[in-house]
Design a protein around this ligand. Sequence first.
Ligand code: NAD
Length: 277
Amino acid sequence: MTTSPLVSFSDGNTIPQLGYGVWQVEDDVAEDVVGRAFKAGYRHIDTAKIYGNEAGVGRAIANSGLDHDDIFITTKLWNADQGYESTLAAFEESMERLGLETLDLYLIHWLQPKQDKYVDTWKALIELQKRGRVKSIGVSNFTVEGLERIVAETGVTPVINQVELHPFFNQSELRAYHAEKGIRTEAWSPLGQGGELLQNETIKAIADKHGATPAQVVIAWHLAIGNVVIPKSVTESRIVENYAALDVSLDAADVEAINALDNGGRIGADPAVSDFA
Ligand code: NAD
């Protein structure tokens, strides 16, 4: 079985480039499907407090027989918990649900520009890393402005920014900024949530050429352009299929053709203007 490549962070740690995301997966289902994902070869799981399935992910880890050193777990600090002390408390609750002593990667889930607590929240993540509770710290749904501000105020650069990214919304400018600053780009909704993207004629033609599926081609594109990528499925055959995208290698012309599909088709909220309750 091919195993995911590791990509390095600016703090010296590494992350498996292909992981498994569990948004919109019920807690009891998460226990089952994360177990299946481990069997399929995934060693990186992406959850969040707000997904309500950290406990299920924790049970899957405990049941897997795998050492924590061999797997990589990300969770995220929810918006309502932003602020210094509340972040420290929310972190402990997440760790209890996950059943872990240390976390591999903790992310601020959304910028929340109007709430404007993200600098203090970032200071709490820095403290958790200093205490050895979390190996790497990063952000999600951050704009360039938000990134610049936390770095200016703390001197600590996040290792990664997890943002909406798929061929219809490929974030080329933000990716270039990340590359310049040594920040990894992580793609959420990498398959465009399984919608129109997987019916696209260009994607289907490239899939036919490689004897692959459209989902595999999209995942292979993410890998080729250097993204960390966390597709979700609760269907066993697709969990396996998506991991097998590691065996699909696109040529430069395929990558260019997929790069050209960008149509500004954002699915989710715009972090620059969205605050969630
Ligand atoms: P996705 O782009 O991974 O699409 C998942 C959907 O695509 C599935 O529900 C299924 O309908 C379909 N699909 C999956 N595999 C397929 C296959 N092989 N063939 C055909 N269809 C297939 O969408 P997502 O769940 O939104 O994103 C993935 C992960 O990203 C989430 O689970 C979560 O971990 C993370 N995420 C983070 C944020 C954030 O704000 N940080 C937001 C959304 C998602």
